[in-house]
Design a protein around this ligand. Sequence first.
Ligand SMILES: *[C@@H]1O[C@H](CO)[C@@H](O)[C@H](O)[C@H]1NC(C)=O
Ligand SMILES: *[C@@H]1O[C@H](CO)[C@@H](O)[C@H](O)[C@H]1NC(C)=O
Ligand SMILES: *[C@@H]1O[C@H](CO)[C@@H](O)[C@H](O)[C@H]1NC(C)=O
Ligand SMILES: *[C@@H]1O[C@H](CO)[C@@H](O)[C@H](O)[C@H]1NC(C)=O
Ligand SMILES: *[C@@H]1O[C@H](CO)[C@@H](O)[C@H](O)[C@H]1NC(C)=O
Ligand SMILES: *[C@@H]1O[C@H](CO)[C@@H](O)[C@H](O)[C@H]1NC(C)=O
Ligand SMILES: *[C@@H]1O[C@H](CO)[C@@H](O)[C@H](O)[C@H]1NC(C)=O
Length: 417
Amino acid sequence: MGPHLLPVSVLMFSLAFLVLLYTERINLLSSTTLFSTSCAKPKTKTKQADDTNTTTEDRLKSIVDDRFMFDPDECNVAQGKWVYNRSFKPLYTDLSCPYLDRQVSCVKNGKNDSCYRQWEWQLDDCILPRFDARLALDKIRGKRVMFVGDSLQRGQWQSFVCLVEFLIPKDQKSMRRGKVHSVFKIKDHNATIEFYWAPFLIESNTDLKIIADPKQRMLRVDSIEKHAKHWVGVDVLLFNTYVWWMTGLKLRSIWGSFANGDDGYEELEAPVSYRIALRTWANWIDSNIDQNKTRVFFTTMSPTHQRSLDWNNKGGIKCYNETEPVKKKGHWGSGSDKKMMSVVGSVTGRMKVPVTLINITQLSEYRVEAHSSIYTELGGKLLSDEQKADPFKYADCIHWCLPGVPDTWNQIFLAYL
Ligand SMILES: *[C@@H]1O[C@H](CO)[C@@H](O)[C@H](O)[C@H]1NC(C)=O
Ligand SMILES: *[C@@H]1O[C@H](CO)[C@@H](O)[C@H](O)[C@H]1NC(C)=O
Ligand SMILES: *[C@@H]1O[C@H](CO)[C@@H](O)[C@H](O)[C@H]1NC(C)=O
Ligand SMILES: *[C@@H]1O[C@H](CO)[C@@H](O)[C@H](O)[C@H]1NC(C)=O
Ligand SMILES: *[C@@H]1O[C@H](CO)[C@@H](O)[C@H](O)[C@H]1NC(C)=O
Ligand SMILES: *[C@@H]1O[C@H](CO)[C@@H](O)[C@H](O)[C@H]1NC(C)=O
Ligand SMILES: *[C@@H]1O[C@H](CO)[C@@H](O)[C@H](O)[C@H]1NC(C)=O
């Protein structure tokens, strides 16, 4: 969502967006639609499309596979391609994992086509190991892992929980959901996988009680303690923040306390305000985190797919009805702001505490078909048929279905851990 958008669409987007970002997380589901297990082959035949009918060329390729085993320092996770694999089975479904929000439970919500789950991210030069749930549990034994950020980070948290929870007996696990802080506990591993809601990381007046009008939102760009005090003592911290900054409007940014009155704000362009806020975050990390004890990760921006022209679908309505990833190598749409990306790079690059970037932007850019779209909820209710019939207004092209793309983010996270 670049600043070039017209004000009307900005407002429309902001309002829809609001409801989307902040929905109740209730798992009460009336309908549990069964999905067809047979997956149509992708229309465009990819070279390695289907392992049940591998072409000679592919066989040759796999014999001379000269890719390296994954090495975090050598491998670029942004360079690769999505490979369709009919035999690939995600470690969970939205029916098997009880911890998924309705917002992301697409198949349960009626998405008929579960083929979007059959794509695997394959790196050009390295072999990215599949997510190994046992290995993940070993790595987090005795540790607190916390995902901090917005609803996209919440999706990554739920993905991580679902990727490991099936290994844990019922009496050894528990979930406590809170409005701000949620904790999944694994007793026999003395471990927790937590989520902390802080959509801007820094403090704002719209953190808890969401303010619909973006113009009334006020960002306390130099204040973070209220949130950050909850991050102390955590062993693995993963942060994100992006989409909340992208209303297309300038952001009211304020220094010091609200008590001084709201008059002292400045209206700043998103990248400017973002840089100040991320520096506040970086300073807090550098002065409070012991790098011998705590690992810090940052998930880069999750692309939105609001403009089908970005991937040359002239008749398209946002991400609605898309069935395949974009094939064009290096595809980059208007939902990923390069200026914002460079702020993340420059701020984290200058920190004392090393921050591992989980650079998910490029790989997620291709996945126009993997968003919740109309298989989601609004205000705690599944979309009605009338709403589904108006995808321009109601399709959610920000959040991702689970299982889905965030599982790949966690696959990369585990490879780095
Ligand atoms: C495998 O692919 C080849 C070439 O695309 C095709 O001729 C053949 O019928 C396929 N075999 C099966 C079992 O689908
Ligand atoms: C597809 O998935 C199956 C099952 O996990 C795996 O054995 C096979 O190697 C995969 N094929 C490719 C091309 O990655
Ligand atoms: C689901 O897809 C199948 C096969 O494409 C189709 O026959 C069926 O009518 C679809 N069901 C719904 C509810 O759209
Ligand atoms: C459990 O983990 C916490 C840190 O998360 C640690 O302080 C505590 O000593 C651990 N307890 C056991 C019994 O390992
Ligand atoms: C971290 O560990 C290294 C090597 O064990 C040690 O030299 C350094 O002082 C430690 N740093 C802190 C902040 O404890
Ligand atoms: C979306 O896809 C469905 C099923 O293929 C089709 O019936 C419908 O016309 C499509 N809608 C639009 C607006 O393209
Ligand atoms: C993430 O990857 C993209 C695509 O390769 C790259 O353009 C961008 O600079 C990377 N971001 C950071 C913060 O390094």
